[in-house]
Design a protein around this ligand. Structure first.
Ligand code: FES
Length: 198
């Protein structure tokens, strides 16, 4: 599901973080960057191809990392400042990686009048990230979105692909706790399987 985001630009007040990359994630991202470098050749080395190239990079990597932007600058032989300038101009590009659990809080009219902004603030407080950011461990990303089409359930939050209606500030902690518990159970299960195989 893709919802229109209000705030995908890099906010000066929320600078990029040094996200903790576990080895698996690092390996996966490096492999995608290599794939991206191969795909550059599908585009001519012309400035007019900048937007389609950025779109391709975001489609592959799910965001525009500094490494990927440097690669684009190198391929098109354009100054990095120009690449950043163009990319940050468009709302379609995101500069922070999506979390494993992307959280979208609806601030469409129906949700807004039912205090959707307070739900968003609660997520921000609990996760210690701003709207539009990703947590350092890349577990969660948070963004406000326009109407997700379930106005009767307002206020609404979407975690992954699951819609949570009739949100209340007290529900926020419960939802996050549930994710933590599931994560812990999966880790235990993995450990059990690994020790069984040993
Ligand atoms: S305004 Fe939030 S679901 Fe429609």
């Amino acid at each position: 599901m893709a919802y229109k985001s209000f705030s995908r630009r890099l906010k000066p007040a929320c600078p990029q973080k040094g996200w903790k990359m576990d080895q698996e994630l690092l390996k996966a991202e490096r492999a995608i960057l290599k794939q991206i470098a191969r795909k550059f050749t599908n585009f001519g080395k012309k400035r007019q191809n900048l937007i389609p190239i950025l779109q391709m990079v975001q489609e592959e990597l799910a965001y525009l990392s500094p490494e990927a932007l440097n690669m684009v600058a190198g391929y098109l032989e354009l100054p990095k400042s120009e690449i950043y300038g163009v990319a940050t101009f468009y709302n379609q590009f995101r500069f922070q990686p999506p979390g494993k659990h992307p959280i979208k809080v609806c601030l469409g009219t129906a949700c807004h009048v039912r205090a959707g902004d307070i739900i968003l603030e609660n997520f921000e407080r609990k996760l210690k990230i701003c709207d539009g950011e990703t947590s350092e461990d890349r577990e969660f990303s948070l963004e406000r979105v326009a109407c997700v089409g379930c106005c009767a359930l307002a206020p609404v939050a979407v975690i992954g692909e699951t819609v949570h209606g009739h949100m209340a500030p007290s529900k926020v902690e419960g939802l996050l706790l549930r994710i933590e518990i599931e994560k812990e159970m999966q880790a235990r299960e993995k450990q059990k399987n690994e020790s069984g195989q040993a």
